[in-house]
Design a binder for this molecule. Structure first.
Ligand code: NAD
Ligand code: ZN
Length: 227
């Protein structure tokens, strides 16, 4: 069995009805995600940022893992994801490395405690810490913030040691996650990309499957079986 590692982005959840960041349907009240998913935006207007997260949490709470999540789970590979929606775990993947956090976790800006919060819709916006009543923020990584060190290190180690690095549904333009396919390639892995559109990763990919995630993952599995 090949040593396979998977990297996913928002595109893998598109067929679950969760908009990607860069698609038109991802817009909320005409704001671009780059204007909302930043520490500056949160400092300026925590209520506005939380209203956007509340909207996304509502969408995600109604969503189900799609065929791509389910087929990927059957591969028994580690999944490194930029998604914050938790759908890989719900599809049964045992080992998921979340590079950008999880939308169902909150962190207190006063006492620093982090915990799960599944309230949909939120009763109070912005929500307050259950320990100290401080202002909560989503425990996700915003533009300009660093990734959790342990998750990033593990992702890099896996990229360096795998034989096949499968990339599904990411634009590859958010760093450092977007660099992982390049790290894998440099260390000898075959890179396979599944994306209906071309990305910077397409240029170094050994195999490009120009399909949406569900069809693409099915084709990938067929190819692997025929090897
Ligand atoms: P992105 O929006 O930048 O790119 C999405 C990519 O998916 C594009 O390349 C697009 O061509 C492709 N795509 C669209 N529909 C697809 C489909 N049906 N099948 C396969 N591919 C499809 O998203 P990104 O690359 O993940 O990076 C941006 C950031 O967005 C990340 O930090 C992530 O945390 C965040 N994000 C997460 C979610 C989520 O958790 N579901 C949703 C939106 C954004
Ligand atoms: Zn607190």
């Amino acid at each position: 069995m090949l040593n396979l590692v998977v990297l996913t982005g928002a595109g893998v959840s598109a067929e679950s009805g969760i908009p990607t960041f860069r698609g038109k349907e991802g817009l909320w009240k005409n704001f671009k995600p780059e204007e909302l998913a930043t520490p500056e935006a949160f400092r300026k207007n925590p209520k506005l940022v939380w209203e956007w997260y509340d909207w996304r949490r509502q969408l995600i709470s109604k969503a189900e893992p799609n065929k791509a999540h389910k087929l990927l789970a059957q591969l028994n590979a580690v999944i490194i994801t930029q998604n914050v929606d938790g759908l890989h775990q719900r599809a049964g993947t045992k080992k998921v490395i979340e590079l950008h956090g999880n939308i169902w976790r909150v962190r207190c800006t006063s006492c620093g405690k982090e915990y799960e919060n599944y309230e949909v819709p939120l009763r109070e916006i912005p929500p307050k810490c259950k320990f100290c009543n401080g202002l909560l923020r989503p425990a996700v990584v915003w533009f300009g913030e660093s990734l959790p060190m342990d998750a990033l290190e593990e992702a890099e180690r896996l990229a360096k040691s795998c034989e096949v690095f499968l990339v599904v549904g990411t634009s590859g333009v958010v760093y450092p996650a977007g660099l992982l396919p390049f790290v894998a390639k440099e260390h000898g892995a075959k890179v396979v990309e599944i994306n209906p559109e071309s990305t910077p990763i397409s240029e170094i990919a050994d195999i490009v499957i120009r399909e949406k995630a569900s069809v693409g993952v099915e084709k990938f599995i067929q190819t692997m079986l025929n090897l």
